[in-house]
Ligand binder design. Sequence first.
Ligand SMILES: Nc1ncnc2c1ncn2[C@@H]1O[C@H](COP(=O)(O)OP(=O)(O)OP(=O)(O)O)[C@@H](O)[C@H]1O
Ligand SMILES: [Mg+2]
Length: 331
Amino acid sequence: MANNAFGIDLGTSKICIYNHEKKRVFVERNMIAIENKKNVIAYGDSAYEMFEKAPDNIVVSAPLNNGVISDIKNMQDLLRLFVSEITKGNYKNSDYILSIPHDVTDVERRAFGELIEDSSMKARNVSVVEKSIACALGLNIDVKSSQGVMVVDVGYNTTEISILSFGGIVKSKLVKIGGNKFDDLIKATVRKEYNVHIGSKSAESIKMQIGDLKRAGEKGVVYGRNVASGLPVECFVDPVVMENCLKESFLTITDNVKELLESTPPEIGANIFKTGIYITGGGSLVSNLCQNVANGTGLKVNTSDNAESSVIFGIAEIIRNKKYRNLTFEV
Ligand SMILES: Nc1ncnc2c1ncn2[C@@H]1O[C@H](COP(=O)(O)OP(=O)(O)OP(=O)(O)O)[C@@H](O)[C@H]1O
Ligand SMILES: [Mg+2]
């Protein structure tokens, strides 16, 4: 590897970049704000600050959708800006390892490589690793020798369920449910139950507080617009009502986990029974999801303290430890 090597996990909601020289992970929202269709005026967390608040001539958007690049030009710009900021412009001739989802077409897969190869970043080498393999490594699973591991990565728009064995993917399934869907359900429920229209940021904030509020026996506060009067209001929401509206989504995730297990070769299934299911990704932190998967499958569920960073921690491990290098490939 070159002196300067970068690991990149392009998530739908955030970009995680590991810089080998600084031995650090940088995390920013995967968003860009463009003024008058041409000038980048903000990116990352500062673009997210403008989200849902910007005037019409400023478009704040996410260049990745469902884990797949939907706007290659903006994604290239964003990456270059981040990497340049981290290295103070000194990033030429570096190596890059990117994580990619398993369930993508060849064209979508190639787009990840082109992101860096075709941009002005002058990379020395670009390779990719399957997201779930990196995720397992980041959860301290020795993927190369493990004979049957189930990893459930609950992300922003999707949940990727994978069964891994000997460093490869045996089976995988992409379910169109993630943290963003939970936010939408919370928004709809606050509107229905309390007649208040709230934005995505408020819904996300309430979602993250459900567990704490329930334990404290308190209500959550949101600010929004009263549906009848159209005026801004403060609204107190019951965390139990918020959690109940997510139950059906939890059930869909659990059902998909079960379906994949049912079609898994028995020897691999036996190992998963012993080790349990590994559940990770920011979306998995929502109150009671893990419990629902455990109850629904009857299996042990292993959670992680670094649910939002498992993929990037895994890529960092590949950069640091030569023995994992053959888990990557060129696109
Ligand atoms: N403490 C928390 N409680 C509930 N949800 C959380 C918590 N922290 C983060 N999330 C949710 O996790 C989701 C983002 O997850 P993650 O960071 O794994 O996605 P991503 O990697 O950007 O996207 P993807 O991998 O799906 O492309 C968001 O919807 C966010 O609201
Ligand atoms: Mg992710």
